[in-house]
Ligand binder design. Structure first.
Ligand code: SF4
Length: 335
């Protein structure tokens, strides 16, 4: 990133911090609108105070190839030099959505991780850059936007040059996302549910679609086009993920139809097949999705005319690289 862009980014961070400061003492950053004082260490639904807690900060090769690099091509090289690329992924503790089936439940529900000062979080970013990360990928950033912005300010002032990936569950407020214009380079929301009943049942958030649709519209306004560099690595843009759930393909169809009608068929989609029942998944979703379910959703996306899609069909078998255990040093066993 050129110096002028860093300067602009720092100005935008200052502005966002000013605009969002009220949430430190009465947090309404996300649709849960807890209204608690995080500076006084009160905790809301996300169970997070005024600092972020970090579980892991690692090079991750399991994201979309435009974010993680092309692992298969690099596999041999990685034996010699493990840190050629990968997404510089930071997993935070806590979550503002807490899906009952969350594969990251050790973080979202059990809050595993260590509180980090803003300086420590910035150092993690700089360390990932030094290891060759292609970007800084903040996983579940919604509830820690303020400490994230404060840390980015330190990191960008001290030489961070990587694009920022905002890797979210989609349960966001559009007016908060508006403040991230000029700061977030790549939005990576998982657009989970269309049906309020399903969202309530699995995530206790009947208003999920109402908020996520507006937030993703705002993300699309800011970063309409996926921009790749000459190595086919994303520098800017929006990738809308959708985790396909067992027995729920009509809901998947409704999500795809909404994107086609309200955003664009040029939106880059990532259709995820990796669902594994975890934690408190209710009985009706206690299995992986089938090939048929995945292929029906993929066919629907093709029929609707989506131009760019990431397909994950090879990962139907339980996939160690996509099913993390955050008790391990490397949760995805890449090392
Ligand atoms: S960010 Fe956390 S405390 Fe703030 S409104 Fe959302 S869940 Fe509540």
């Amino acid at each position: 990133m050129v110096k002028a862009n860093i300067h602009k980014k720092l100005e935008r961070i200052e502005e966002a911090l000013r605009n969002l400061a009220e949430h430190e003492i009465e947090c309404r950053l996300c649709p849960r609108e807890c209204g608690i004082n995080r500076e006084k260490k009160e905790k809301g639904f996300c169970n997070t105070g005024s600092n972020a807690s970090i579980s892991h900060a690692i090079l991750h090769f399991g994201e979309e190839p435009v974010l993680s690099g092309y692992y298969d091509c690099l596999k041999d090289k990685l034996k010699d030099s493990k840190h050629i690329s990968g997404s510089g992924t930071i997993f935070f503790s806590g979550c503002n959505l807490k899906c009952s089936f969350c594969q990251n439940y050790q973080l979202s529900w059990l809050n595993q991780g260590k509180p980090a000062s803003h300086e420590e979080l910035a150092l993690n970013m700089l360390h990932l850059q030094k290891k060759g990360a292609l970007n800084i990928n903040a996983v579940s950033p919604t509830h820690i936007i303020l400490p994230l912005l404060k840390s980015l300010k330190i990191a960008y002032s001290n030489g961070l040059e990587l694009p920022l990936v905002y890797n979210s569950n989609g349960y966001e407020k559009a007016e908060v996302i508006k403040n991230l214009e000029g700061i977030v380079d790549i939005y990576l929301p998982d657009f989970k549910y269309h049906s309020p009943e399903l969202a309530e049942k699995l995530s206790g958030a009947a208003d999920y679609f109402q908020h996520a649709s507006l937030a993703i519209k705002e993300m699309f306004r800011q970063q309409t086009t996926l921009l790749l560099d000459d190595q086919e690595i994303a520098q800017k843009g929006l990738i809308v993920r959708h985790l396909i759930l067992p027995c729920q393909i009509t809901d998947s169809f409704a999500i795809l139809e909404w994107i086609a009608q309200n955003l664009s068929k040029s939106v880059c989609l990532s259709l995820m097949s990796q669902y594994q029942p975890s934690f408190k998944a209710p009985p009706e979703i206690q299995r992986q999705i089938s090939f048929e379910e995945y292929n029906q959703v993929k066919a629907k996306a093709e029929e609707l005319g989506f131009e760019t899609m990431f397909i994950q069909s090879e990962s139907f078998a339980p996939h160690e690289h996509l099913t993390p255990d955050f008790n391990r040093k490397d949760p995805f066993l890449w090392e």
